[in-house]
Design a protein around this ligand. Sequence first.
Ligand code: SF4
Length: 330
Amino acid sequence: MAKKKGRVFSGARPTGKQHLGNYLGAIKNYVALQDTYEETIYSIVDIHALTTIETTKDLPQNTYEMALDWLAAGIRPEKSIIFIQSHVPEVVELHIFLSMVTPLGKLTDLPTFKDKIRQQPYNVNYGLVGYPVLMAADIALYKAVAVPVGVDQAPHIEFTREIVRSFNYRYNTNVLVEPQMVATEFPKILGIDGKNKMSKSLNNHIELAATPEETQKRVMQMVTDPQRARRSDPGNPDVCNVFTLHKIFSSPEEVTMINTECRRAGIGCVDCKKIFAKNLNEHLAPFRERRSEIAKDPDYIQDVLRDGAERARAIARVTITEVKEAIGLP
Ligand code: SF4
């Protein structure tokens, strides 16, 4: 099948070892897009992380672990450019140029900015306000035509499109490209608490690189149908997060069986979770094997990231030159 034209870009903050939510919400899609589009570029956006983290002490290790998970999950350096955002400083230049065409009021009105103010009222820094402009610079620097994100991120992509349009209009050019959003298959995966999005900061996650025993332990802690207090009570799989994940990781026969038996109390939650844990562990086994293979050679990961930065920079330099010419800088 012929690949779609143009580049895909996506970035993720260096959050260390990745979890099931990261995998289903982003990484799985990153891997698939490698075979769908001509070029795919994936960035570990360490500069973005500086807007919210209080210390950088874990940043190198978190970056390394995340790159390791990406590679183990199937992002291939032969197919994709994988790099660290700060290794391509042109993004900071473009960020400044784009900030000149972005109204401040629009940035401070964004719901995501208001959320951040609530979350960290003691640290409302300039970078936090300009975060969406840096994100626009990430995408526009590579003239990406497509950006894979969850539907909750749709306003950010729309905002990037607005900034790109403003730049092109202000300088009477078409040097920057308006990207389209590519919606991910599973935009929101709930954590083991069954109510919040899976997240490391809420400690409701299941790590991809965990051992089978650790995974089983986490699965057994999962919150199920809250109305099902006793084994003899019929359950409702439609409101149960374990069942949602069964639909992704278990066979159609198992899903049908659980759907029927849960509703008539024919299966208990303990047994149901054991089936899920087994299927999940089987699914993750090849990933874990690849991960430990790659981890034996940390230099390989450094080489991949260095090579990725060089390839990304080659593209970035061309864009920045065109941008400066379009602006009319002396
Ligand atoms: Fe959820 Fe399974 Fe329990 Fe039903 S039996 S409530 S699907 S964990």
